[in-house]
Design a protein around this ligand. Structure first.
Ligand code: ATP
Ligand code: MG
Length: 600
């Protein structure tokens, strides 16, 4: 098979069908072929019947053949439709499975952030929801009709070769040439241009803004309703215009097509007529060949291409995405077990890092060590690289220069799964599972009493029962406030510590808690994480000061490192930031004797 054919999107669709469901695909292809050849067989049978009538031969066999083929033609159609519908559904499901796998399996995250992959992801992600074309189950019927016509036309031309080889070839070539002449109108060739993808992404975004609840508040408040509608409509109109220009019939090619087809038909029908007139073609054969000469016309460009193109583009996108995402998200795992580590220390050794596709270095020669069992707080301005450090420590990315060592072993030499099992985190943008409280606290499962204890430590013991789904719109469900969610995320990390995690990353873990809540919880967090290596990222100096050591990060480098007392004595950055915040807060005690900070 030539490379050009196997690289075509429609070829990819053809080969995906048997991978999605071999039995249905074989049946679909077999019936496709049958539907394609039946009209030519009917033409032959009609010819035989007319010939028998002319000669006065017995009619029962030819009549039975005509009747049989006719009935078959009627029966196979709905059967084929039903098979196509199911095969289309299964193929779509198969593709979604592949896409889900390709997105979720890679151990890294680079594949989800690579701009080169996002456009394919947009084409592939929602392709069966009818947003970019009909669902595959419906397209299968259009594709089948188009292919049946093509096969039927070719079969008719082959039968016509029985009359004269040149007649069959001439008509087949003439009708096939329409595909070539009108190819621009047949295929939405602009489908994958950057312009189409950009318009598609924009309209997709505007649509999601409009229909997803989280955007509802700001859209209304900032008067963006019209803006969203206008953006959605204008981008979709742009898409439709691009589609229209691409599918519009080109006048000149149309003229050429008509001339070629009319010319070829004139020659063949003139020859048939003169053969019949001079008696070299009997009536029966004339019926067969005239019918097939007309039948060859179904080779002509029809509805096949657009249906095929629309269905094949996302298939090709998924198949392209699979290896690219695997590559972009790859992080080779080492073989050494991380069980029990860190025992001595975690060391960032001269770490440099920049996000894929960006020239900017987020971290530059970052060097710090954290003795196992101690806590390190990281403070620094927005964008300094604090969250990035946390991501590197989870090995979601690898450093570009230097390395992270756990007890002297580079993270890249450790078995990825076993290392991640040692780490737990409250990320700045932690996940809010639309699942029961139990699964939110222990996604990998834990005994209920451990979950309850973790929730109690995070001050979330009475938020909801373990079976309550934390989302709106489910039976027995409730949504939580920002701060309540943060307590659940904390409980998740505390539960993981109880289950044996040896390193905990807390990235702004109390940023959404009220001041009193924070003061209450922080002591409990400290107690729970005692003996566990802890990295605490926070802008709140009241929490930071409790850490064993504090590191001030600026522009990806350590600018100060020491205990709270040491850094205060140093009178540098930390001292300034601490004083600045302290001026705005003052310690206060409520009627129950709990001390907390209040803004003055
Ligand atoms: N996925 C990403 N791709 C490209 N650049 C990124 C990505 N995530 C973060 N950055 C950039 O890296 C830099 C450091 O970001 P990071 O999130 O580590 O900052 P931070 O110190 O946690 O800030 P904050 O205090 O606001 O949380 C920023 O300039 C940011 O724009
Ligand atoms: Mg951050």
């Amino acid at each position: 098979m030539s490379l050009a054919v196997t690289q075509r999107d429609d070829w990819k669709l053809a080969t995906v069908l048997p991978r999605a469901d071999p039995l249905l695909a074989v049946a679909w292809y077999a019936i496709l072929l049958l539907r394609g050849v039946l009209p030519a067989l009917l033409a032959v049978a009609m010819g035989v019947l007319v010939g028998a009538i002319e000669r006065g031969d017995p009619l029962s066999a030819p009549l039975a053949a005509v009747g049989g083929i006719f009935v078959l033609l009627q029966v196979v159609n709905p059967v084929h439709q039903a098979i196509g519908l199911n095969l289309g559904d299964r193929t779509a499901a198969w593709l979604y499975d592949r896409l889900t796998e390709a997105s979720v399996r890679p151990p890294g995250m680079g594949h989800l952030e690579d701009p080169k992959l996002t456009s394919d992801l947009v084409v592939a992600r929602d392709f069966d929801l009818g947003m970019t074309g009909p669902p595959l189950s419906l397209s299968m019927d259009f594709i089948a009709s188009g292919l049946v016509e093509l096969i039927a036309g070719l079969a008719a031309a082959i039968v016509l070769i029985g009359y004269a080889w040149w007649a069959g070839l001439l008509l087949a070539a003439a009708w096939l040439s329409t595909h070539w002449l009108l190819r621009e109108s047949a295929v939405w060739r602009d489908r994958n241009t950057e312009e189409v993808r950009a318009a598609q992404r924009d309209s997709d975004y505007a649509y999601r803004l409009a229909v997803d609840p989280p955007a509802a508040k700001e859209l209304r408040l900032f008067g963006l309703v019209d803006w969203t509608m206008e953006r959605f409509i204008s981008r979709r109109t742009r898409l439709h215009n691009l589609q229209y220009t691409a599918t519009r019939l080109r006048e000149r090619s149309l003229t050429w097509s008509v001339l070629v087809v009319v010319g070829a038909n004139l020659v063949v029908f003139w020859s048939l007529a003169s053969s019949a007139a001079n008696g070299s073609l009997d009536l029966g054969r004339l019926v067969t060949f005239a019918t097939t000469a007309v039948g060859a016309s179904t080779i002509a460009f029809g509805g096949l291409s657009w249906a095929l193109d629309g269905a094949a583009a996302p298939v090709a996108a998924v198949l392209r995405l699979e290896p690219s995402m695997r590559h972009a998200g790859a992080l080779p795992s080492g073989a050494r077990s991380a069980a029990g580590s860190p025992v001595h220390e975690i060391r960032f050794r001269d770490v440099s890092f920049g996000y894929p596709g960006s020239e900017t270095r987020v971290l530059e020669g970052f060097d710090v060590s954290i003795p196992a069992g101690s806590s390190l707080a990281i403070v620094g301005p927005n964008g300094a690289g604090k969250t990035t450090l946390a991501k590197l420590l989870c090995r979601l990315y690898d450093p570009i220069g230097g390395g992270i060592e756990v007890d002297g072993v580079d993270l890249r030499e450790l078995d990825l799964e076993s290392w991640r099992a040692r780490v737990t985190a409250v990320f700045q943008d932690f996940i809010r599972f639309e699942l029961p409280m139990r699964d939110n606290v222990a996604p990998r499962g834990a005994p209920d009493e451990v979950i309850r204890a973790a929730l109690a430590e995070a001050g979330a013991g009475d938020l909801a029962s373990l079976d309550t789904v934390l989302a709106r719109g489910y039976p027995n469900s409730t949504d939580l406030s920002g701060g309540q969610w943060q307590r659940v995320a904390l409980a998740r990390a505390l539960c993981a510590i109880k289950r044996g995690a040896g390193l905990v990353l807390l990235d702004e873990p109390t940023a959404q808690l009220d001041v009193r809540g924070e003061a209450e919880i922080f002591d409990r967090i400290l107690a729970a994480t005692r003996g566990v290596t802890t990295i605490l990222i926070s802008h709140r100096f009241s929490t930071v000061r409790h850490a064993d050591r504090i590191c001030v990060l600026e522009h990806g480098r350590v600018v100060e490192l020491g205990t709270h007392a040491e850094l205060m004595a140093l009178g540098g950055r930390y001292h300034t930031m601490f004083e600045l915040q302290a001026q705005r807060f003052t310690a206060s005690e409520d009627e129950e004797g709990v001390s907390y900070e209040v803004l003055v």
